[in-house]
Design a binder for this molecule. Structure first.
Ligand SMILES: *Cc1c(COP(=O)(O)O)cnc(C)c1O
Length: 459
């Protein structure tokens, strides 16, 4: 068979696809969240499979071959259930396949992304900003480090880290995401460039320790370059003290990057935005629509008030690309040929409006409060302090890792929910449950609470 399919086959495939998508949404609640992995046959690619049979096969294997992060009882990492419009948008993108390297090739797509970047920049308080859609937070954090490095040491663009007059240092809290360390390796600085600053009792970066570390590095002849503050740490959803950190960054002329990959959702809920009111003091921000905003992976954002730095890092010349390309996406991104990442966000936001998102996200917080209350009422201790819908907890009496791990496993085996265990920077192990799904309801919280009771009794 050739790559082209006839009209009837396409019709049948698209119709069946629509059915499969709807069936998945309608039945995921009744499926095991974490199916037992089966074994997959070995495919013989010299023996073609009929397209309709192939569709059934793939749908079946997806259904039993993954943790169903879109299940309303999935309280795991920051993976949402994609909103229907975002799925439709992503399918359209696959079909039309616009090339976003240059504006001239895809003016609609580039304009939509630029409008979204400006709109989100404004939500975070930037009056003027530049930015780029990324594959996710890892790319956005790496972009931030490259921007900071190239801004502080423009000669790096040509001569690389050999041009550096000393060792640049990057400061993160002990609860920060490991992608910062990876970014340091990718940038050629090495992981030793990253200084891990301890946290206070609320798991926020200890600013006195930050100040001391910067002073120590300066005295030793090193080059303090960038501070990464986290809004919504991955383990516990805590928020570093942005204002105090911004003061330190400003005084020492360090680039301040705020990693708000998930926690940036606070900017979209008016009554919660005060918790990150000063985020616009950051030179740059990471925010991942594919975490809190119910769109499929990969959709990240890098935003910065330092207009022009992206071009300094990324602009190249190629004979076949337009000259004067600073407004072209390829000149402000690690990616070159690239998917229309922004459409899935555009469609959900345009349909729901800011208010629609605010009410969904507010709903997550209300559900997380219900979980906190239920946990406290039945003798669990909530150990993290955050306005975000992420709850870390331990049993009043038994706090050892083996017990907690047993509880998490029992809850998953029970089928009532998916939670995980995490280790905080204090070394303490805790259970972790995050509300991040627009289909999660109060009954899902109650089911989780009941399963936790059963798990506690059986472990
Ligand atoms: C998830 C996360 C990242 C990494 O983002 P990806 O989208 O997975 O690449 C970085 N920082 C924080 C705080 C995160 O939660």
């Amino acid at each position: 068979m050739s790559l082209d399919t006839d009209r009837d086959t396409r019709d049948a495939l698209y119709r069946r696809l629509a059915e499969l998508l709807e069936t998945y949404v309608a039945t995921v609640r009744d499926q095991p969240i974490a199916p037992a992995a089966g074994t997959l046959e070995t495919f013989d690619f010299s023996a073609p499979i009929e397209p309709r049979a192939l569709l059934e096969l793939v749908a079946r294997e997806l259904s039993r071959g993954q943790v169903h992060t879109g299940h309303p009882g999935y309280f795991g990492l920051f993976n949402p259930a994609p909103a229907a419009l975002s799925i439709v948008a992503d399918a359209l993108v696959a079909a039309f396949n616009p090339q976003l390297a240059t504006r001239s090739h895809a003016p609609f797509a580039v304009e939509i992304e630029d409008q979204l970047l400006r709109a989100f920049g404004a939500r975070f308080g930037y009056q003027e900003s530049e930015g780029a859609f990324t594959s996710g937070g890892a790319e956005a954090n790496t972009t931030a480090l490259l921007a900071a490095l190239t801004t502080a040491f423009p000669e790096v663009a040509e001569r690389g880290v050999r041009a550096l007059p000393g060792d640049p240092c990057v400061y993160v809290s002990a609860e920060a995401h490991p992608t910062i360390v990876r970014a340091a390796r990718v940038a050629g600085l090495g992981s030793a460039a990253v200084r891990v600053i301890p946290c206070d009792a609320h798991l926020r970066m200890k600013t006195s320790a930050l100040r001391d570390a910067i002073a120590r590095d300066r005295a030793a002849g090193a080059l303090p370059l960038m501070i990464v503050a986290t809004v919504g740490t991955t383990s516990a959803g805590t928020i570093d003290p942005l204002d105090a950190i911004a003061d330190i960054a400003e005084r020492g002329s360090l680039w301040l990057h705020v990693d708000a990959a998930w926690g940036g959702l606070l900017a979209l809920v008016p009554e919660l935005a005060a918790a990150i009111a000063t985020i616009a003091r950051a030179d740059s921000i990471t925010f991942d629509p594919h975490k809190a905003l119910s769109v499929p992976m990969g959709a990240g954002m890098y935003l910065s008030r330092r207009c022009g730095t992206l071009a300094a890092v990324f602009a190249d010349r190629a004979g076949y690309m337009p000259r004067n390309a600073s407004r072209d996406p390829y000149a402000r991104s690690m990616q070159w040929s690239r998917r229309f990442i922004g459409l899935k966000l555009f469609c959900t936001l345009a349909a729901a409006g800011w208010d629609g998102y605010a009410s969904t996200l507010r709903g997550y917080c209300t559900l997380a409060d219900r979980l906190r209350e239920g946990l406290r009422a039945s003798g669990w201790i909530v150990v993290n302090d955050t306005p975000l819908p992420l709850v870390c907890f331990v049993d009043r009496e038994r706090r050892d890792g083996r017990f907690l791990d047993g509880v998490a496993r029992a809850v998953i085996a029970d089928g009532a929910g998916w939670i995980s265990m995490t280790r905080l920077s204090t070394g303490e192990r805790v259970l972790r449950a995050c509300v991040n799904n627009h289909r999660t309801e109060p009954r899902d919280i109650d089911r989780l609470l009941a399963a936790l009771e059963r798990a506690r009794a059986s472990c």
